[in-house]
Design a protein around this ligand. Structure first.
Ligand code: SDX
Length: 431
């Protein structure tokens, strides 16, 4: 932690309390309240953590007002156009862009960990065929703790490194197996001659009966989707991984917790929920009905794929994905897909509607990723698993950073208690 740059003074109950203030390399100052309860006997209150920094980090920076997203200082649009997913993984994990030797070594290490223990295949067969692939991923990733005993000890840097590589390498294999199982097709083993994104497409879409050729444009779009979803500061699922890891739990169990959190429709589940919403709208002429519902305070309906807790002008990832969506749709000749027509019109209407402009609601990363994944041929149930396999590197990078932080303590928030105070038990005959 840096040294305080200034002091904030809290006046409470006739007393003054000086609180250290830290100035970051980018973003707002933070007021250190760690000693507030000991000094003033009060808690702060911030449900949803809208104004709370849970940690210090050097990995990713977001400026929600300017629509800026940096990974180790590099802007996301430059990484999306000039880099590729595994190089971004290296950057997130180790802090610098790799040399060609470092990159080749890293890619080889990941490639050689893409297979999963053969006995783990039995886990998939324990699920119903119609299980959501995210349910399967939560289960199988958590079960990695039962197989990879040589990378469970979080106090051993070597074991942390091995667990990191295993998680990044095996997540596409597990996601693809969850998909294959759900459609009753045989599992497809990874191929070491394919790059990360192409390998994932191969494991999802090839069948033993014929040779599968990965379309390079589709593979590039897939790689870009993975790059754009890799990390995003202390979002809900990353904070879940950090909190679970703060107890010293093994990395596989903590990443399984992150997958579970990401599944929610307000978070990573939004890409699936967005496509399902587009299906429910069905035709362009029904868009006004749904726009009205989104504005109706008495209707819980929200436009899925719109809005963001931090971005209040534009989601820089969405801008890049929008270009990819146009490319892929044209390549695959599906610009006329009615679902995608509805998406384009919905985007236009929402971006010009005073309600959405005033509330700063615009298409986010999940709006466009769902469109591309639909065009590539994934069922909506596979949209969030794709998000999870990308975000694994973000979770792992943040986990490694936290575990190595000497300030790391078990996370243990307090509360504003509004329940009953002391009362004595009443025997049932007297109730
Ligand atoms: C991701 O945190 C991250 O970084 C997440 C993520 C990542 O990479 O990890 O970026 C990935 O999760 C992207 C977001 C995906 N979720 C969705 O697309 C679901 C739909 N969006 C909403 O649920 C909502 O916008 C959130 C959850 C994303 C953000 O909600 P906030 O910031 O908590 O804002 P809010 O719920 O307090 O809403 C503010 C106002 C409310 O109206 P008022 O109470 O002020 O009158 O805006 C309205 C909301 O009703 N509103 C919407 C809306 N989102 C917010 N109204 C209609 N449609 C929406 N989508």
């Amino acid at each position: 932690m840096t040294t305080p740059s200034k002091t904030a003074t809290l006046n409470y109950d006739g007393k003054s309390f000086d609180l250290p203030v830290y100035t970051p390399t980018a973003g707002p100052d933070v007021i250190d309240i760690r000693k507030l309860y000991a000094q003033a006997g009060v808690f702060t209150y911030d449900p949803g953590y809208t104004s709370t920094a849970s940690c210090d980090s050097t990995i990713t920076y977001i400026d929600g007002d300017e629509g800026i997203l940096l990974h180790r200082g590099y802007p996301i649009d430059q990484l999306a156009s000039k880099s590729h997913f595994l190089e971004v993984c290296y950057l997130l994990l180790y802090g610098e862009l790799p040399s060609s030797f470092q990159l080749e070594d890293f890619e080889t290490r990941v490639t050689r960990h893409t297979m999963i223990h053969e006995q783990m295949h039995n886990f998939f067969r324990g699920f119903r065929r119609d299980a959501h692939p995210m349910a399967t991923m939560v289960g199988v990733v958590g079960a990695m703790s039962a197989f990879y005993h040589d990378s469970l000890d979080v106090t051993d840097p070597w074991q942390r490194e091995v667990a990191s590589i295993r998680l990044i390498a095996k997540m596409p294999t597990i996601a693809a197996m969850a998909y294959k199982y759900s459609i009753g097709q045989p599992f497809v083993y990874p191929r070491n001659d394919l790059d990360y994104a192409a390998n994932f497409l191969h494991m999802c879409f090839s069948v033993p009966a014929e040779t599968y050729h990965v379309n390079p444009i589709v593979a590039r779009a897939m790689d870009r989707i993975l790059t754009l979803h890799a990390d995003h500061e202390q979002n809900a699922s990353t904070s879940t991984v950090r909190l679970a890891s703060s107890s010293g739990a093994n990395p596989f169990a903590c990443i399984a917790a992150g997958i579970a959190c990401l599944w929610g429709p307000a978070h990573g589940g939004a890409n699936q929920a967005c496509l399902e919403m587009l299906r429910e709208i069905g035709t362009v002429d029904r868009i006004p009905e749904f726009i009205a519902r989104a504005k109706d305070k008495n209707d819980p309906f929200r436009l899925m794929g719109f809005g963001h807790r931090v971005y209040k002008n534009t989601d820089p990832r969405a801008k890049v994905l929008k270009q990819s969506a146009d490319e892929v749709l044209e390549l695959l000749g599906v610009q006329d897909n009615p679902l995608l027509q509805v998406a384009k019109e919905l985007e236009h209407v929402a971006l010009n509607d005073p309600y959405f402009i005033e509330k700063k609601l615009f298409p986010n990363v999940d709006f466009y990723s769902g469109i591309i994944l639909e065009a590539i041929g994934f069922p909506t149930s596979m949209f969030t698993p794709v998000f999870a396999l990308s975000r694994t590197v973000g979770w792992v990078s943040q986990w490694k950073e936290m575990i190595a932080d000497p300030q790391m303590k078990i996370g243990r928030p307090r509360q504003l208690y509004m329940g009953e105070t002391h009362r004595d038990y009443i025997d049932i005959e007297n109730r």
